[in-house]
Design a binder for this molecule. Sequence first.
Ligand code: ATP
Ligand code: MG
Length: 397
Amino acid sequence: MFEFFRRNKPKKGPIVCARPDHCISRKNIDPDALRVLYRLSDLGYEAYLVGGGVRDLLLGRVPKDFDVGTSAHPNEVRRAFRNCFLIGRRFRLAHVRFGQKVIETATFRASSQSVGDIIAHAAEGPMEDNTYGTPETDANRRDFTVNGLFYDIKTFAVIDYVGGLEDLKRRVIRSIGDPMIRFREDPVRMMRAIKFSSRLDFTIEKNTEKAIRKLHSCITTAAPPRVCEEVFRLFSYGAGTKAFKMMYRYGLLHDLLPDLSDFIDGDGGEDSSTWLYMSVLDRFEKAMHERGYDVPNGLRAAVLYTAMARKIGSRKALGTMLSSLKIPKATYFPAIFMIDSTRRFRQKPADGRWRFVGHRDFPDALDYNRIVARAEGLSEQVLDQWADLYNQQGDEK
Ligand code: ATP
Ligand code: MG
């Protein structure tokens, strides 16, 4: 009779959502990603579409990139493709190249190997064989449940080890595993939670949110280039205002850009004019995205700091972004140029204009000034004259 109590609980397998029960169609998957998946599968390996691609397809969004997870080891992936390069020393990722496009193909990882670990230990050389894991361990080392889904090329089913399907339905961002542990392990995940929540219009699950409130200051221990990259990603898809307001509310903005956060505090907080400029930038980001263009980071930085620069000057304002976030000079100098260009753009084109119009950052500065004019409700007539001049530039020179 006691035998019954000692028996192990049956191990719970993943939730499998069969082809008729989900909306992912191969028509919407990049043909080169499909090529990689089929080839690996034909060679007898497990091959799944993983991560953000699966999430976005299930949401009916167009994925930015398609990543592949496989049971094939990096050398086996390399042997399977002529156009394949291995990158990274410790955890080797295979990049299968098709012209400019790269299909990132990663061997299933063991649970403790997160992207943060890989980057932090990149210099230590190749990892042991036990680096590699199973689909289940690979799903569990990912950041949020909605990012831990797999699409199986063999059965066309979606495989869910982490409860991501339910969270997609309920539109929540939930940490995989204890958020207090996962955010300490890699504090950049807190910014990623904000990015996905603002971009997808999802709420952040209660415990995940609580952990951000507690651990936000750990963000200062993360590697500056990764933090900087995530800061600029917050602007994309026209969700910048929402994302930066969340950064402000959770204290992350104060950790990363204390001067800007203090300025916003003294400028009305949630009603600061910073948000006015940011909301016009959001519309611009959306329009650019629809046309397939990226918005330059210099323009983004300039808009974020416009209100503050009005008070203390462009150099002083943006200097704080340079010192605390270590933004590249290639972002900093164009941003200064844009903010300082407003004086010129408010006057009709006059003599000596060609040097200004011929400046490398002139087109971005013109876009910047349109954003500012719209936020401030000013006429764009003079800006149109500058735009005409820019368009004639080629003919007259
Ligand atoms: P995007 O649409 O912005 O590219 P994404 O979800 O594809 O969003 P990526 O940064 O491209 O995000 O990362 C791909 C996948 O790798 C994620 O979906 C997630 O599963 C995993 N991942 C990325 N960064 C981390 C991290 N810091 N910790 C754990 N897993 C991560
Ligand atoms: Mg991605």
